[in-house]
Design a protein around this ligand. Structure first.
Ligand SMILES: Cc1cc2nc3c(=O)[nH]c(=O)nc-3n(C[C@H](O)[C@H](O)[C@H](O)COP(=O)(O)OP(=O)(O)OC[C@H]3O[C@@H](n4cnc5c(N)ncnc54)[C@H](O)[C@@H]3O)c2cc1C
Length: 286
């Protein structure tokens, strides 16, 4: 059976190994899409030493720019990974065609005007496959600000679901924001967080609408993101494994956790202070 996958993110690459599929990627290399590269320390994702940039032992939570909570741990509970290196490993042995903007039409993938017929086509385009109403906007800068290398700083705002962040990054810090409000509000709040010389920036979107049981989509394009944290690397890889092993998505732990988080978000959105509600979850108060 000839299988084609569109999108060489964590989901597309993981699934390609199970299905022995061709993968089409619009960019000229891996890991171009804006992402802060945080992965929780769990058995679900095995990282090689050279794929870990920073070990995270501290977490600070701010609400309306005021520090409200700090967590310290002896053991690392998360990592900032080198996503490019990590994806390169996932792509080992996979036939990835770069610079290949693909359009899916029935059982054909159309790339640069050329039609290729497949028995099965999987959409792994991430947020780019989703309607805007399923996602929220996000903006992120790389700056040379020397933030603490073992600390994640998350900035919640009372008036919307989402958060800003200052995380350690390859060049100093990744400083960004994403949430259920307008782009201009996000930009305004982000301006108060920005520190250091701006080196580059990216704009993207994140799914917060929950995992759907599609059979021809994998990863974020099916909504495989933990919507409270925006953590999609782990979720999209777990989703790809489930699809690759033909497991029923709706009875999986991933589906249950994402559904619970989606409900929490939808309830918070109806409250007077949505961001405060969500920040309370991080404090273990809900
Ligand atoms: C600003 C920001 C920060 C984030 N930070 C984190 C984080 O720290 N930790 C975390 O776990 N998650 C984070 N996420 C979410 C995470 O990046 C995604 O959920 C995850 O990468 C999804 O994986 P995926 O393989 O499903 O899709 P993606 O990683 O989005 O991969 C999809 C691929 O498809 C390609 N593509 C799209 N359209 C086409 C087309 N027409 N033809 C060919 N190729 C196409 C894209 O170029 C891309 O490479 C963040 C997201 C954003 C926006």
């Amino acid at each position: 059976m000839k299988i084609g996958i569109v999108g060489a993110g964590p989901a597309g690459l993981t699934l390609a190994k199970y299905l022995d599929a061709d993968v089409y990627e619009r960019e000229k290399e891996l890991a171009v899409k804006p992402c802060s590269w945080v992965v929780l320390s769990t058995d679900e994702i095995k990282l090689r030493r050279d794929e870990i940039l920073f070990k995270i032992r501290k977490y600070r939570i701010y609400l309306d720019y005021k520090l409200i909570h700090e967590v310290n741990s002896n053991e690392p509970f998360a990592y900032i990974i080198d996503k490019k290196k990590f994806l390169e490993r996932l792509s080992d042995g996979v036939n990835v065609m770069f610079n290949s903007y693909a359009i899916i039409h029935k059982n054909k993938i159309i790339v640069n005007g050329k039609e290729i017929t497949y028995d099965r086509i999987i959409d792994a385009r991430g947020y780019q496959a989703l309607p805007p109403s399923f996602t929220v906007p996000a903006i992120q800068y790389d700056t040379d600000f020397k933030t603490e290398e073992d600390t994640l700083n998350s900035y919640f705002f009372s008036d919307f679901v989402g958060y800003g962040w200052i995380f350690p990054g390859k060049y100093g810090a990744k400083i960004g924001i994403g949430g259920d409000t307008s782009f201009n509000v996000l930009l305004d709040r982000l301006n108060y967080l920005l520190k250091g010389k701006k080196l580059n920036y990216g704009v993207a979107r994140i799914s917060i609408s929950g995992l759907k049981p599609y059979t021809r989509r994998v990863g974020e394009s099916a909504g495989a993101v933990f919507p409270i944290t925006g953590e999609g690397i782990r979720a999209s890889i777990i989703h790809a494994r489930l699809i690759g092993k033909h497991r029923k998505i709706t009875s999986s732990r991933l589906y249950k956790i994402i559904s619970i988080q989606t409900n929490i978000i939808n309830n918070a959105k109806r409250s007077k202070k949505p961001g405060e509600e969500i920040s309370r979850i991080f404090l273990g108060k809900k």
